[in-house]
Write a protein that binds this ligand. Sequence first.
Ligand code: AMP
Length: 578
Amino acid sequence: MILEEFQELGLSERTLEALAAKGFETPSPIQRLAIPVMLENRNDIIAQAQTGTGKTAAFGLPIVERLVPEKKSVQALILTPTRELAIQVNDEIQSFRKNDLRVTPIYGGAAMNEQLRRLKSGVDIVVGTPGRILDHLRRETLSLARLKWIVLDEADEMLDMGFIDDVDEILSHAPDERRIFLFSATMPDRISGLAKKYMRDVEVLRVETKQVTTDLTDQIYFEVRESDKFDALTRIVDVENDFYGIIFCRTKVAVDQLVNNLLERGYAAEGLHGDVSQAQREKILRKFKKRQSTILVATDVAARGIDVTNLTHVINYSLPQDPESYVHRIGRTGRAGREGTAITFISPAENRQFLFMQRRVKADIRKETLPTGHDIVEMKKLKIKSELAEIVEEESYAHYDGIARELLAELDPEVALAALMRLAFKNELDESSYPEIRRIDVDRRGTARLFIGLGKADGYRPKMIVELLSRECGIPQQKIDDVKCLEDFSFATIPFRDAEAAMKKLNSLRELANDDRPLVKLAKESEKKSDRNPNGVSDRGRNFRPGQGSVSASDRAGRRGGGRQRTAPKRDYKRRER
Ligand code: AMP
């Protein structure tokens, strides 16, 4: 199938083929707006777009389309606030033109040598974080002399992370003849100021979102890692009595992959996307309507025009590109006065887009926890019992009474039945066969940084601060992050919603409050920054080394279970007289 709508935006055959291989079907709203403008005219662009709206392709496709690869000097520079985003954007852009384009990510925290080698060997596009890019510019290991495009991706995030001066300096290195594309979810004054200073003939692009609402009351979401989504899905299907639903994915490739995985695990699933022929589509829909298959995996485009009204579930395996699509997707359940549930999976990368979407939809989307292995086994037991009761009532076991007598002559009834079930259900009733789905660490945005007036001099170590917060304030250990112990005080990041109660509780402890000053308070802005590494990225994920004085949630999770937990001795509560 040719990607007509992408073709109409002005993209070449070569790019369309790359998009088809990625499984894209139609452009997202921001792509529809931005691609033609970027391809056609000479303007600079400010685009208001969230993550997850397809913004990388919105700026990446026109650049890739117009760039003549030389593998010599850098022609496009894309600045991102974090290294994770730099890697993501790098990979996405590379996927648009695999064979003859050289793209490289340059970010802080990575070895300099490898970056130097790559820059020296010649690249067409650099995707990087401001600090490290500036580093290379100052060392003159990166030249922007032949730069044609600069993209400021998530400009508001760069501002929030204190990168704006770096960005300013980087822009001053660029030649006059270059275009700037600025992408930002919000437009604070300092960003407009930067735009005024460096940008010319600016065209502002903004996707007008209508206020959309939905009256479906049962909307829930689960926070799951991308890699755990499949297990989460099978769990939901298993725990439901009569699951009958549509699962939405973003691309054809994702649909095919999910259907294959489901079939492999024995679920009756079918997939619909733009490459499915009309005849095949009708066949699949007939089967689905007759409930011969009960799981339909589809892209948004393919699901258009499906009229099935009695779905028990709609599952957003990936978030839709915009709030309208969300409402459209979930509108397929709960129709005709029937109850239905809309479930959305949110990976950490989708969190921001989800918050935005939730605000737009004005819906009350409840957070839930996934069913555990125990829940599923209990549900399966109930199911077996009720199906058994049905067979007994209908007396539909005609050919089996003979063998039943033979078995009972030889075996104890309980043993016979249990062995028979093992035969029929394999290890489905074994709780341990359901893998653990890890909980997600707190998102930085919903956190508060605490200043705690206890430090190494009081005998405290990061682990003890974690234990203090969890024991006294009931904050789960995996939600306490980025703990740093200095000589006289410490810092810790906890969920924002717990911060007020935690401060109150700790400050009320008699052992701690032997001074007029409060022991625990919110860290000042400057303190938040000074204890971060130079790239503004949190310590999370770095390996903890004993004595380093910093411990992250993931480190703790990794070490949990090994060794005895140390608890802060009572006397450590005592605040040192200062
Ligand atoms: P972004 O907003 O650029 O971070 O993109 C979010 C995700 O959507 C990425 O995995 C993209 O590959 C995917 N994506 C972007 N544009 C499209 C599209 N037109 N159709 C399907 N998926 C897309």
